[in-house]
Design a protein around this ligand. Structure first.
Ligand code: IPE
Ligand code: IPE
Ligand code: MG
Length: 230
């Protein structure tokens, strides 16, 4: 069975650019092209939810010019690319603390989400200023505000940015790094992990299909055992 929810840590834009002796920002620009390709591929494969890690709460540590370039690309994606994806049925949701973004980015986020909110195709989550620890803390703050003192797992899940969506079945990380980098810590409790050496700008629809094929051969046990057939 194909995964219902695929999450991707899109890593390696900087290394891609470095290999070509280009500034890191060129890697990010190429990375946006890959985003578009992979969103379309995921939609036509019938994946229900695709979560892309685009900017972490820790990425503010980067040089100002790189952050600026990322914001320009983000605005471009939200204002120019979203229409084509919307026509294909993609519904956008942003995961993260948006308070840190400039007013014009917030406006574009709002417009893009509103434009796609009635779509019924792929649910595209883009994680922006996202950190799993921040996400869990804000969930607790909100629960306290609402007087919830003894949350169940389901209650906590319903206060996360991914509320209402199933947990990722498959987590992909590009660029060969074996770490989670503060991504979806709660939701990936039983996700299958697939690490690929390719840098994000080089990642293709075929690579996504390969990851899915690999996933389909996994045996998920969720802590139980698989009983032998008689
Ligand atoms: C991922 O690529 C994109 C973001 C984190 C914004 P990187 O920029 O982390 O690329 P590397 O890891 O330096 O190659
Ligand atoms: C993870 O990549 C964050 C995103 C892909 C947005 P990083 O490049 O920031 O992760 P580390 O620093 O290698 O752990
Ligand atoms: Mg990186």
């Amino acid at each position: 069975m194909i995964p219902v929810h695929v999450a991707i840590i899109m890593d390696g834009n900087g290394r891609w650019a470095k290999k070509k002796s280009l500034p890191r920002t060129f890697g990010h620009r190429q990375g946006v092209k890959t985003v578009k390709k992979i969103v379309k591929a995921a939609n036509s494969l019938g994946i229900k939810v695709l979560t892309l890690y685009a900017f972490s709460t820790e990425n503010w540590k980067r040089p100002e010019n790189e952050i600026k370039a990322l914001m320009v690309l983000l605005k471009y994606f939200l204002s120019k690319e979203i229409d084509e994806l919307s026509r294909e049925g993609v519904k956008l949701r942003i995961l993260g603390d948006l308070s840190k973004f400039s007013k014009d980015i917030k406006i574009e986020i709002d417009k893009a989400c509103k434009r796609t909110c009635n779509n019924t195709g792929l649910e595209l989550n883009i994680a922006l200023n996202y950190g799993a620890r921040q996400e869990i803390l804000q969930a607790f703050e909100e629960m306290l505000k609402q007087g919830i003192k003894k949350p169940t797992e389901a209650t906590l899940s319903s206060f996360l940015y991914t509320a209402g969506q199933p947990d990722p079945d498959l987590l992909i990380r590009t660029s060969g790094e074996f770490r989670i980098s503060n991504f979806l810590l709660w939701q990936i409790a039983y996700s299958e992990i697939y690490i690929v050496d390719k840098l994000w700008p080089d990642f293709t629809a075929q690579d996504l299909e390969n990851a899915i094929k690999n996933f389909e051969n996994r045996q998920r046990r969720f802590g139980g055992i698989v009983l032998e057939k008689q």
